[in-house]
Design a protein around this ligand. Structure first.
Ligand code: G3P
Ligand code: MG
Length: 346
């Protein structure tokens, strides 16, 4: 195909630096690409005046689908090929918990999707709120299962089941009933529904795939997300039991997520570009100061290379407010972010 104006015919891949992208509010909003994102991907793939190709990965807190499915969708939206080898979502690290917890309650997402994701991660026995309501309809006084939900839910006797852990994989579609069920388990003896422990400290642990209180989607203003459910659950637990609840969140800004991203990027650069050395600089482009910028800055203090935070104005962060965590630079769009890195490296 003819090359874009100003693009040299020969392109070379740089090993010196790389990009990592947040998705919602940077590349996508409400299922649609942010227009500059498509252009930004072209620049990364060599359509720039230097003919340089820059390796990149995606690190989103979002989820609710398998990595494969999400990459197919992202490929269509951004008009490039996105491989699971360059993609991490909020629940990707939960895969590593499949050996530790046998019977798990999975919360969130559309229909049976998150159960399927958890099973594909290797979890042996995956329960959904639907299964619990199917066994005892009185669990959630104001939620009746739809016909589909009823058919998909698995009938079992929960008086005989011990749930070892609770994983919030994606946003809850029904906060009231999901919170009721989580609360029942937290207050139970060893995760057995229908029981109550004396001091409310014998229930299973709760893991959230991320902690974003708000996120950027199709509405003009930010919308509440999984971190809001976490805050709500902790407050409710305190109100009901009088004791504090400790929950655990994965995703950005957790250092573990950035370590995971480092390993992914290393493998991706090696397998697709034959680069063995770590990059000197990783440019991380995000829209949420509390997760993207905070995580990048904190990881920069620990990592051997430079993690350079770039904040965009297309998502959660809005001009006129002071970001809680200061990026190295703030730009309008993801295209400006890519051009900033590219120019800075010349
Ligand atoms: O629910 C997803 C949202 O909180 C953030 O996704 O891509 O901005 O990390 P992302
Ligand atoms: Mg975002």
């Amino acid at each position: 195909p003819p090359s874009a104006p100003g693009t040299p015919l020969e392109t070379t891949v740089t090993g010196k630096y790389a990009f990592a992208f947040d998705i919602d509010g940077v590349l996508i909003r409400g299922g649609k690409p942010i227009p500059e994102a498509i252009e930004a991907m072209k620049v990364l793939n060599g359509q720039n005046e230097y003919g340089i190709k820059i390796p990149y990965i995606f690190v989103t807190n979002g989820g609710g689908k398998s990595e494969n499915e999400r990459c197919l969708q992202l490929s269509q939206q951004l008009q490039i090929e996105v491989s699971p080898g360059q993609f991490i979502c909020g629940h990707t690290p939960m895969r590593e918990m499949a050996e530790k917890y046998r019977t798990v309650l999975v919360i969130g997402g559309e229909g049976e999707k998150c159960r399927q994701v958890a099973e594909a991660y290797g979890f042996k026995d995956v329960v959904t709120p639907g299964d619990i309501i199917k066994d005892n309809q009185d669990t959630t006084p104001f939620r009746k299962l739809t016909e589909d939900e009823h058919n998909n839910s698995r009938l079992r006797n929960f008086a005989e089941v011990e749930i070892d852990a609770i994983f919030v994989f994606a946003d809850s579609r029904d906060w009231a009933s999901d919170q009721q069920i989580i609360l029942d388990l937290l207050m139970s003896k060893n995760g057995r529904l229908g029981t109550r422990s004396e001091n409310f400290d014998e229930g299973p642990p709760v893991f959230f795939s991320h902690n974003d209180v708000v996120w950027s989607t199709s509405h003009d203003l930010t919308r509440i997300g999984m971190g809001a459910l976490r805050v709500s659950l902790e407050a409710m637990f305190k109100a009901v039991t009088g004791t504090d609840l400790q929950t655990i969140a994965f995703g950005k800004p957790q250092i573990g997520t950035f370590e995971f991203a480092t390993r992914l990027l290393q493998q991706w650069r090696k397998e697709t570009h034959g680069i063995n050395e770590p990059p000197e600089t990783v440019y991380f482009v995000g829209d949420t100061p509390e997760s993207d910028i905070r995580g990048t800055n904190e990881f920069n203090n620990e990592a051997e290379n430079t993690w350079y935070s770039i904040l965009v104005r297309t998502g959660v962060f809005r001009e006129g407010t002071k970001p809680k965590f200061q990026p190295k630079v703030t730009v309008d769009t993801v295209l400006d972010a890519v051009l900033h890195g590219l120019e800075r490296e010349q």
